[in-house]
Design a protein around this ligand. Sequence first.
Ligand code: RIB
Ligand code: CA
Length: 311
Amino acid sequence: MAAKLLPIIIDCDPGHDDAMALVVAARHADLVGITTVSGNAPLDATTRNAIIMRDLLGLACPVHAGANRPLTRPAQHATYVHGKSGMDGGNLPEPSGPAASQDAVGFIIETCRAQEGIWLVPIGPMTNIALALRSAPDLAHRIAGISLMGGGRFGNRTAAAEFNLWCDPEAADVVFSYGGPLIMSGLDLTHQFQATPERIAMVRALSGGLAPMLADLFEFFSGTYRVRHRKIGGAPVHDPCAVMALTHPELFTRRLAHVQIETYGRLTAGMAIFDDRDLKEVSDPNCDVLTGIDADAAWQVLVESIAHFSH
Ligand code: RIB
Ligand code: CA
């Protein structure tokens, strides 16, 4: 008998790699809902892109728009990576309609109270998740856990901080201290999973449906990385890692660690601080940190998921 699909809510800022996370989730999880947040692009763009991807994947789940800026800081975007639309490079259709609501936080709270055991999968700035946990502390024991893309041993938006945590360090701090199961796909993991030309060719070789458009998106995404980096094989495909951590855990190695988020530093705001000291005083681990990925096998999961929607 087929294993029961895990129920998840993806909170995202599409975003090329967010779009790929939605493809994998649509294929391998029970995608209960999609919520959107300002991040790679402004909220109206990330919401539009999420609705377009929901439509293209033939999903019935709702898209609810959320925070249009971080908890305390001004909104920041990554158009230098994703383009003005947030998903430049793809010949995208028009969305089928507006978001189901502008209340992503209310949707997360109501849904997780009505159905216990849902995984929250934030793959953008974690503003919506923090607001939900603050408004409804009971969610901490009603959800199955949080599998996030963010942080890592090094930064990308600054030397110290990864973009999702850098945008809203205060929200990330709420998430990392919520006390329940937490899986972290940080940059030291996701940079092992790059959209190289050979891998993009595997998508391009698929016929019809979503494949050509997703191959175009990969080309654009990897192009902006290659322009900005001295030596990189292709764009790290960050966000699907947070989904596959749940749907394909066998593809990853991991370690437990105590991780805190810096919220004050001029140079370090948003930095993920790993406390690996061998001291009894160190707090117990709060995070399952993914350290390695079987990148070729994970890419096969992604390609098969795209193929499933490309007949
Ligand atoms: O730093 C990478 C993260 O920031 C990814 O989630 C990407 O989509 C952007 O949101
Ligand atoms: Ca993202």
